[in-house]
Design a protein around this ligand. Structure first.
Ligand SMILES: [Zn+2]
Length: 321
C-alpha cells in the first residue's frame, strides 16, 4: 500500500466547503468516458455521459490520477513497454524449455537439441528486457538505478551457469531427478549458484519494478498488488533447500542418500512450479501496468484548466468500491 494515500487527510478535503462549487465546473480538456469512450469535453462535471449515462464524476474517479503531476514522464514509453513484457515472457519461455527437458527425460525420450540452448538464450533475452527497469524516467534514486543495473548484469553469469548444467553436465550423465540418475556434488553446487543468482537479481530489480506499480492507479491502490516478486524469492529459497539436500546427499551414503535425493527432488519440483507461476503472475501484472506506461497519466489539471487541486480527488478515488 502506498503511504502517500491517507484516507483521513482526504476526508478533510472533501469536507472543505470551497470544494462544492468546483464540482459544477466544465471539462475543458479531453476526457473519454470510462464506459463508452465518448469524449466528455465541454460537459459539466455533475452531468452524465450523453451516450451511455455513466456519471462523469465516475469517469473522473476511474481515469484521473490524483498523483499524475508527481509521476515522471517515461523517456521511451514503447521501448520500455516492450522491455517490460519481454522480461517475464522470455523467463517463462526459458522455464518452459527447462520443464520440456525434464519431461522428456522422465518420459525417456530425447528432446530436440535446441531446447537446452533455448533455455539459455531466453534467459539472456529476459535480462535484455530487464534493461527497461534500469532508468525508465528521471528522478530515480541512484541506488535504485545501480541495483537494477547489477540485477541485469547478473543474467550473464546465470545464463552461463544454466549452460554449464544443461549443455555440459546433463549431456554426460542423467540428472538426479530420474531413477537412474546419481546425485552430483558439482551439479548441485552450480544449481545452488543459479538459485542464489536468481534470488539476488530479483531483489535487485524489485525496487525499480515497484516504480511501475506506483504508476498504475489500479495497482497502487493495493487491489491487485500481490508482491509476486517476493513470493518468487521464497520459491527460490525452497529450490535452494532442495539443492542443499542433494548436495548433502551426494556426500552421504546408503539410506540417507536416497532420502536426501527424494526430499531434494520434491522441494525442487514444488519450488520450480511456484517460481514458474510467479513468472506468469509478473507477466499478468505487467499487462495491467502497460496502459500507465504507454500513455501519460491523466491529471485533473489537464481536463479542468488547472482550477482543481489534485488532492481533492485523491480521497474519493481511494474510496471507490
Ligand atoms: Zn459513456
Amino acid at each position: 500500500m502506498d503511504s502517500t494515500f491517507d484516507p483521513n487527510q482526504s476526508a478533510a478535503f472533501s469536507a472543505a466547503p470551497e470544494v462544492q462549487p468546483l464540482l459544477a465546473k466544465e471539462l475543458t480538456g479531453d476526457l473519454r468516458c470510462a464506459r463508452c469512450q465518448y469524449n466528455l469535453r465541454g460537459l459539466s462535471i455533475r452531468a452524465r455521459c450523453p451516450e451511455c449515462g455513466m456519471s462523469i464524476r465516475g469517469t473522473i474517479l476511474a481515469k484521473v490520477d490524483p498523483h499524475a503531476s508527481e509521476l515522471q514522464p517515461i523517456y521511451f514509453p514503447r521501448l520500455t513497454a516492450l522491455g517490460l513484457v519481454v522480461w517475464p515472457l522470455a523467463a517463462i519461455l526459458a522455464a518452459a524449455c527447462l520443464w520440456w527437458l525434464r519431461a522428456s527425460e522422465m518420459a525417456a525420450r530425447a528432446s530436440p537439441s535446441w531446447v537446452g540452448d533455448g533455455a539459455v538464450l531466453f534467459t539472456l533475452l529476459s535480462g535484455l528486457g530487464a534493461v527497461a527497469l534500469i532508468k525508465p524516467h528521471a528522478q530515480i534514486a541512484a541506488d535504485g538505478i545501480a541495483r537494477a543495473a547489477i540485477g541485469v548484469l547478473l543474467y550473464l553469469p546465470l545464463a552461463l551457469a544454466f549452460h554449464i548444467v544443461i549443455n555440459r553436465m546433463d549431456s554426460i550423465a542423467p540428472t538426479p531427478f530420474v531413477a537412474l540418475g546419481q546425485l552430483s556434488t558439482e551439479r548441485s553446487a552450480v544449481r545452488l549458484i543459479c538459485d542464489l543468482l536468481m534470488m539476488v537479481l530479483l531483489a535487485c530489480l524489485r525496487p525499480n519494478a515497484r516504480l511501475f506499480v506506483h504508476r498504475s492507479m489500479l495497482l497502487r491502490s493495493g487491489k491487485v498488488d500481490r508482491q509476486t516478486m517476493l513470493a518468487m524469492v521464497g520459491a527460490l529459497a525452497v529450490i535452494a533447500v532442495g539443492d542443499l539436500a542433494h548436495l548433502f546427499g551426494a556426500r552421504a551414503a546408503g539410506g540417507i542418500e536416497q532420502i536426501a535425493q527424494v526430499l531434494g527432488t520434491v522441494l525442487i519440483a514444488v519450488g520450480s512450479m511456484f517460481l514458474t507461476i510467479g513468472m506468469v503472475g509478473v507477466l499478468v501484472d505487467i499487462f495491467r501496468i502497460l496502459p500507465a506506461v504507454l500513455s501519460a497519466p491523466v491529471s485533473l489539471e489537464s481536463v479542468t484548466d488547472g482550477e482543481f487541486s489534485g488532492s481533492m480527488l485523491s480521497t474519493s478515488s481511494s474510496r471507490v468500491p
